[in-house]
Ligand binder design. Sequence first.
Ligand code: GTB
Length: 217
Amino acid sequence: MTITITAFERSPDGGKGLARDMCVRWALEEVGQSYEAHLVSFQAMKEPVHLALHPFGQIPTYEQGDLALFESGAIVFHIAERYAGLLPDDTNIRARAITWMFAALNTVEPPILELATARLLESDKPWNKERLPLVEDRVRDRLKQLSAYLGSADWLDGAFSAGDLMMVSVLLRLRSSGMLDEFPNLAAYVARGESRSAYRRAFDAQWAVYTGRRDPP
Ligand code: GTB
């Protein structure tokens, strides 16, 4: 059964692979499943056809047969449960990998999103200058904890898993801030994720959508 996901027709990230269809593409590449990407405009996302798939009018969505899903975390989890390659068989190690997926989305990502909001949407506010360092420090606190946990390991808990896929995806949004470089083991962790062939294929696919070309930077 064909897998169809939705992605931006023209991503505001300029093809940097920061929109959330990227983690879904990456997960599908890791498990070796082909897929089709249905590209939607901002306007189409708010129309009834798309709202029937995604109640909040966003991307990504995932359809296969009579199953329709939204929320990138839930989609990656579904892919990881359904196909081999992203979650280990051992029950306890599997539970820990799933824990890292939640940790990425619920514990590490919130301050990163707060920082993006402070930088992109609140820069003209009179209080932004005072608030920004506070928000940056909240991100730093999380990175410091994550960095201490990761130590010199390649991945969060043994072999690469859906937990790493989500964590690397979340951390990538920090790249332009330079904050990742304050934690060399995290910068190396993200680079390790990006160097996976499945990541590269996913990146190239979204790059081709943005540029209409197949020659990524
Ligand atoms: N919690 C949902 C999930 O994880 O799936 C959040 C989905 C979401 O935020 N989707 C965004 C969207 O559809 C695109 S990915 N926005 C349109 C809208 O809400 O109208 C978020 C995103 C957008 C842009 C960049 N960027 O330019 O760097 C990065 C990430």
